[in-house]
Design a protein. Sequence first.
Length: 418
Amino acid sequence: MGASLAAAPGRDTAWLTPWLAQLPPPAGDLATVQQRGRRALAEQPLPSARQEDWRFTDLSLLAQLPLAPASAAAPQLLPPLPTAEPDVLRLHLDGCQDPLEGHTLPAGLEPLSAADIAQGLGHTLAATGCEHHWPVDLNHATAGRVLALRVASRARVRLELVSAQPEALLPLRVLLVLEEKAQLELSQQLLAEQAGLTSLVLEAHLARSARLDYGLVALGSPQAALLGHLALEQEPESAVALTTVTAGWGLARLEPRLLQVDGQAESTLRGLQLVEGRQIADTHSHVQFGGPEGQLDQLHKAVAAGQGRSVFNGAVRVPRAAQRTNAAQLSRNLLLSDRARIDTKPELEIVADDVKCAHGATVSSLQTEELFYLQSRGIDADQAAGLLKRAFCEEVLRQLPPPARACCPQERLQLESR
């Protein structure tokens, strides 16, 4: 084991230097950000198994993928999608074109000014401690466009973002500002049917009493990879409901990062990842309470079949200033094969002494008694297994905003039970 780990970094990083050299010159509104990202990538090594946060995440797939940035000359064709609901604005993010072109924004939604973008871009990444993470620098080095929007005070907006990965690198950057008492329902779909890498960095700042309901559905293929950072910053009395679903990717790594700036906010996290074959799905979440009376309800679920590998690390930080925090974190996992693997590590770091905090983790297989019960009522074995797996997933799926759930077809969630 030691010899293989020592050899891995050399094989993994061999592609990085020539890839950086082949990137087109920095250009556009994010040229300065691109320069900083490329310098950072050149100066730091690729994450390796020697690092605790990456020891279960094999990045060797990246060396095999076409990683030329997506080009406007090769437009992406979206697969058929359900008709958008009448009050939902659907935008296509391709990393190249202006997603707002040709659209009339609903009342209460407006683009951020150049000055606001310069001030806000990267702020929440820094506040949540991930501005120097390797996947973030990768996004910085290549993203040429940012979707930057403001939701006005007391406005209610429903938004849907859709992206289809070409046979290339698709860097997506989103910046959201929710003013006081603003409400945003955001559904985002990332789709990949061919080889390539989707890189997503989303930042959102919620002012006092604002609310964000965010559902991310990412459906990939075994020859595609996803690297995503979701950084959210909450002022007092704000509320976030964040639900993520990933399935099908050869490699998928999501890092939700939440900061309750002065506490007194509410955060609800729901996650579901499905792996089979030799797929890897890795979620590293981080929640930081910056003040008292914060609320956290986190549930992460995984289904692993074949030789798939699921990884979950959930860190919750409760410093002395965060008295009367109420935080609950649970990892529940379904193991469908003796060759699949689940690594789960919920963790609490508590310094405050007046808190209610709990965490736990379970790993189980389909229950023989439940399968027998369904089969005894005329349901065949495969259908019974599918029903039980669907029921296991439903606790997370039902939390998705309706547009995101509509694009989460049942057949994509049916893993082989043997």
